[in-house]
Design a protein around this ligand. Structure first.
Ligand SMILES: Nc1ncnc2c1ncn2[C@@H]1O[C@H](COP(=O)(O)OP(=O)(O)OP(=O)(O)O)[C@@H](O)[C@H]1O
Length: 257
């Protein structure tokens, strides 16, 4: 299912945080949103899973405006991993992941064998089986991040929207997450800070700067020395990764006159 953001504008306290943003996340593709701190990545993604309502424009799932969907219908279609979430839930990891099944259940309906299998699969894919009985509130940042991903996987949606899901993760779990997202083969829209992770694992990149999308395309088209200098204010030597051939950025501080 295609996720399309069309001419979205978001204002907070009268200030435009995102302006005229349009992008398409295609089925089976991993679409990355990159940009410096405060460029509007989270704000844009929050409109894509309807935590924020755009002041103008719309977000379409296929041909349906998400503004018209009932909450459970939206939750059956879009799995979201927000950047910040409450950490005072007094529930276990397994219970947190089980919440991902809620949109598929009638109120008070018991979990079926199929539900338990889906939950077990989500725990296993995110490598959190061994902490399944721990209290969510006691977890480290990286463990929590993986639990939130597991909850979204348990929703079994066609679309995933992930706000900086590799934050807090160690390098192995960063790579595991990117490979997992790719293997799932869903429509994926994710904000990524690490430009090399974005270059190596996203099919398309959208660059936000000052709330506007200033470039979109394949990583090799987008991640040029000029763009990285203009938007991120660092110097980038772009080389081919010796094993995969994808663009790899060697970053250094901008030489100032
Ligand atoms: N509730 C709010 N009230 C006031 N300003 C806000 C609010 N939410 C976001 N902003 C501002 O909007 C801008 C964009 O924020 P956003 O979190 O979308 O950026 P981001 O690209 O995700 O940043 P980061 O890389 O630091 O996570 C920032 O200047 C931020 O301070």
């Amino acid at each position: 299912m295609t996720l399309a953001i069309e001419d979205v504008q978001v204002k907070i306290s009268g200030r435009a945080i995102v302006s005229d943003a349009s992008l398409i996340a295609a089925p089976g593709e991993v679409s990355g949103v990159i940009g410096p701190n405060g460029s509007g990545k989270s704000t844009l993604l929050r409109t894509a899973f309807r935590h924020l309502k755009p002041h103008a424009g719309r977000v379409l799932l296929g041909s349906t405006d998400i503004a018209t969907l009932r909450p459970a219908d939206l939750a059956r279609k879009v799995g979201a991993v927000p950047q910040e979430t409450r950490s005072d839930f007094d529930i276990t990891v397994r219970e947190m992941v089980t919440m991902g099944r809620t949109p598929h259940k009638h109120p008070f309906a018991a979990m079926t064998t199929a539900d338990h299998e889906i939950i077990g699969d989500a725990l296993s894919k995110t490598d959190i089986e061994q902490i399944a009985e721990r209290r969510y509130a006691t977890l480290s940042g990286g463990e929590r991040q993986r639990v939130l991903l597991a909850r979204a996987l348990a929703q079994r949606t066609e679309v995933l929207v992930l706000d900086e899901p590799t934050n807090h993760l160690d390098v192995r779990h960063q790579l595991d997450l990117m490979l997992l997202v790719r293997e799932l083969g869903l429509t994926t829209l994710m904000a990524v800070h690490d430009l090399n992770l974005a270059a190596g694992h996203c099919d398309r990149l959208h660059v936000l700067d000052g709330g506007r999308i200033v470039a979109s395309g394949k990583p090799a088209e987008v991640l040029t020395t000029d763009l990285v200098r203009d938007v991120f204010e660092v110097d980038a030597d772009v080389v081919a990764h010796p094993r995969t051939g994808v663009p790899h950025l060697i970053l250094s501080p901008l030489e100032r006159p």
